[in-house]
Design a protein around this ligand. Structure first.
Ligand code: GDP
Length: 384
């Protein structure tokens, strides 16, 4: 082995060792984040865990081992480069076993009743023999306590069911980070045999757009009442929905719910449906009592029954995959650009020059990009 190869091996070994240590820390930090009863997650500290190989992860997930699934999700969530490489290898092996679940997104403002709705619907689906994974995205909660404890107490009954798996996506990530982790977690759950994936997100604007790009069917929950301002929803969200449900349509709310339904139906009349072959409708429901939930699920099933044979869902997924690939490339190029030492040293001066009106923004951008390109082509050879 030549000197260069030896050095490389040493550095790989060092990285593996560092990675192993980090992995053990990460694993114990997130242990028990699956659908285990709270007492299990909160009891004595997790014992030091054994490292798993790519094969261990793949075999465990295919066998439906939830502990390994939870650890694989932790791997996917890790920021470490080594974990990222291992996670990608695991995902690559599992790719042939993904794509068979129904992917349904549920969104709505905080307090609209999402978790109550999902708890009821989830129990209903499990009763019908489905294996259900619920992934929750809450960009506002903090990792320590907020999200994990919150979701466990929010969906207590569902947590107890062995056929249900609830996993909050770690918060504190960029939107791109959340979308990527959720997508990869979804793939892991599919490979583990879950046939329905519900992805819940708090409707605060940008996350729903990211969620729409992950799922086949998108359900928007609204409150009884009318007007977008009252609903606290951003314009454009209704346009992304395959079904709008006015939730809490019970008791004294019934009349207001009916008004909201009419209002939304009238608004939808002028919009392009989110899925061209599928008219978006407005229905009433109450997650607390379960009223309207079996009918909502019937619509979801109808969506798949009618659109799957026409190739609509496969087309949507292909488009989503290509959009995702494109996003990843853009993100990485941007990251490389801003981390480039030469760009860093010129950026501030260029910004000032633009602010002082000495150079147009276009020329400044071209100059910075050329600087980046120069240093890049120095190492990779001139562009053809
Ligand atoms: P989330 O923030 O969207 O997840 O909303 P939650 O599911 O936590 O519900 C917020 C509040 O609304 C809670 O106090 C629930 O009990 C209540 N709630 C949820 N669903 C219904 C419903 O169908 N009817 C009524 N009346 N209240 C509901």
């Amino acid at each position: 082995m030549n000197e260069l190869a030896q050095n490389h091996c040493h550095s790989v070994r060092r990285r593996l060792l560092r990675g192993a240590l980090t992995s053990a820390k990460v694993s114990s930090r997130f242990s028990g984040k699956g659908s285990w009863p709270m007492s299990e997650a909160m009891s004595s500290p997790a014992p030091r865990r054994q490292q798993l190989s790519v094969n261990d992860y793949v075999a465990g997930i295919r066998a439906g081992d939830r502990t390994i699934l939870a650890r694989a999700i932790t791997l996917v969530e890790s920021d470490s480069r080594r974990h990222e490489a291992q996670a990608q290898e695991v995902l690559q092996h599992l790719l042939p076993f993904t794509g068979r679940a129904k992917r349904v997104g549920i969104t709505g403002v905080p307090g609209v009743g999402k978790s109550t709705f999902i708890e009821f619907l989830g129990c209903l689906l499990v009763e019908r023999g489905q294996k259900l994974a619920v992934l929750t995205i809450d960009p506002t909660s903090s990792r320590s306590g907020g999200s994990i404890l919150g979701d466990k107490t929010r969906m207590e009954r569902l947590c107890q069911l062995p056929a249900a798996f609830i996993r909050p996506t770690p918060s504190g990530l960029s939107l791109g980070g959340v979308a990527r982790r959720t997508r990869e977690t979804m793939l892991l759950c599919e490979a583990a045999g879950f046939d329905t994936i519900l992805v819940e997100t708090v409707g605060v604007g940008q996350t729903e757009i990211a969620l729409r790009a992950l799922v086949d069917f998108f359900l928007l929950l609204l409150l009884p009442g009318s007007g977008d301002e009252l609903q606290g929803i951003k314009k454009g969200i209704v346009e992304m929905a395959d079904l709008v449900a006015i939730n809490k349509a019970d008791g004294e709310n019934k009349l207001r719910a009916e008004l909201a339904k009419q209002d939304q139906a009238a608004a939808l009349h002028y919009l392009q449906p989110a899925t061209s072959e599928w008219p978006t409708e407005v229905v009433l429901c109450a997650g607390l009592t379960g009223e309207g939930l079996p009918e909502i699920w019937q619509r979801v099933e109808k969506f798949y029954r009618e659109l799957e044979p026409k190739g609509v869902i496969a087309r949507r997924r292909r488009e989503q995959s290509l959009a995702w690939l494109s996003d990843l490339i853009h993100d990485e190029l941007k990251r490389r650009f801003y981390r480039d030492a030469r760009v860093k040293s010129h950026l501030s001066a260029m910004q000032q020059a633009v602010l002082r009106g000495e150079i147009t923004a276009v020329l400044a951008a071209e100059s910075l990009l050329a600087t980046h390109q120069e240093c890049h082509s120095g190492s990779t050879g001139p562009e053809k």
